[in-house]
Write a protein that binds this ligand. Structure first.
Ligand code: CP
Ligand code: NVA
Length: 309
């Protein structure tokens, strides 16, 4: 049965460890093709709102809804003007009359909270400046495929203390994984996210020291200049020098360790081709898993919903 029926998913902490387990189990079985004949979302529509660009999130939510028998419509912010052409609360009170769920890729986490507060349908976070929870579902599916059980594994995120770093910390809370965040001074992850995670007993290490990469089971990086930070590009490139993932850095992780990157890659900055093409790299399998993991999430949130027409 669907584990998260009718619920919002704005953060990985909106699910329990048991619900995460259910979603990942479904994701693995969907990837094996065991759901091919099943259309659990027949008659349902998901609206996809984009304030920012996307390849993976847009394609996988759209294809995922189609494969489960449902439908997706994409609304760019140029069209709908969230908070400019129209109040966020009114966008929510319109969408809930027509569609069964909303996925939002936005600047502010607050925008998603406002949508969720005013819409009686589930709202899913497809990336905000603070968090990227659906990405981490695919990431942990990928880790399980390559390394088996996550508990006790050393997961090292290197680079900017951004939305990806914050969501990694949340996964430390949910899974008990040993999560290390390595950033330059001044680019540490969100303090409130960190404090909350530590309070909940997560094993999180924060450091500026590259030695933390040694022996990692998973090495993970993301862009140094996130969407919306283009004006800081030069300054950031200077601050992050030395934190690039290249072949020499991949030599330092565990012999059977893996390299992950949520993509898009900014080659020559946080990563180089020799790393994404390296035998330890799983980045394209990771991208594939966006589809399986989000289909699983959609099933667990929307699966019990009655088509409204
Ligand atoms: N990783 C990720 O979310 O990719 P997009 O920005 O292309 O959706
Ligand atoms: N940190 C990046 C992730 C892109 C998927 C950004 O927010 O632009």
């Amino acid at each position: 049965a669907p584990a998260m029926a009718g619920r919002d998913f704005l953060s990985n902490l909106d699910m329990t460890p048991q619900e995460l387990r259910a979603v990942l189990d479904t994701a693995h079985s969907m990837k094996r093709g065991q759901w091919r004949q099943v259309k659990p979302l027949a008659g349902l529509t998901l609206a996809l709102i984009f304030e920012k660009a996307s390849l993976r999130t847009r394609t996988t939510f759209d294809v995922g809804m189609y494969q489960l028998g449902g439908h997706a419509i994409t609304l760019t912010n140029q069209e709908i003007g969230l908070g400019t052409r129209e109040r966020i609360s009114d966008v929510a009170r319109n969408l809930e009359r027509w569609v069964d769920g909303v996925m939002g890729r936005v600047y502010l986490q607050q925008t998603l909270q406002e949508l969720a507060q005013h819409a009686r349908i589930p709202v899913i976070n497809g990336l905000s400046d603070m968090l990227h929870p659906v990405q981490l579902l695919a990431d942990y599916q990928t880790i399980e495929e390559h390394l088996g059980e996550v508990r006790g594994k050393r997961i090292v995120y290197i680079g900017d203390g951004n939305n990806l770093a914050n969501s990694h910390i949340h996964m430390g809370v949910l899974t008990g994984a040993d999560v290390t965040i390595v950033t330059p001074v001044g680019y540490e992850p969100n303090g409130a996210v960190l404090m909350d995670a530590v309070k909940q007993g997560a094993r999180i290490t924060l450091t500026n020291d590259l030695a933390a990469v040694d022996g990692a089971d998973v090495l993970y990086t993301d862009v140094w200049i996130s969407m919306g930070q283009e004006a800081e590009a030069e300054h950031r490139r200077r601050a992050f020098r030395g934190y690039q993932v290249n072949a020499a850095m991949l030599d330092r992780i565990a012999p059977n360790g893996i390299f992950l990157h949520c993509l898009p890659a900014h080659y020559g900055e946080e990563v180089v081709e020799e790393a994404t093409d390296h035998p330890k790299s799983c980045v394209f399998n990771q991208a594939e898993n966006r589809l399986h993991a989000q289909k699983a999430l959609l099933y667990h949130i929307l699966g019990g919903t009655q088509p409204r027409w």
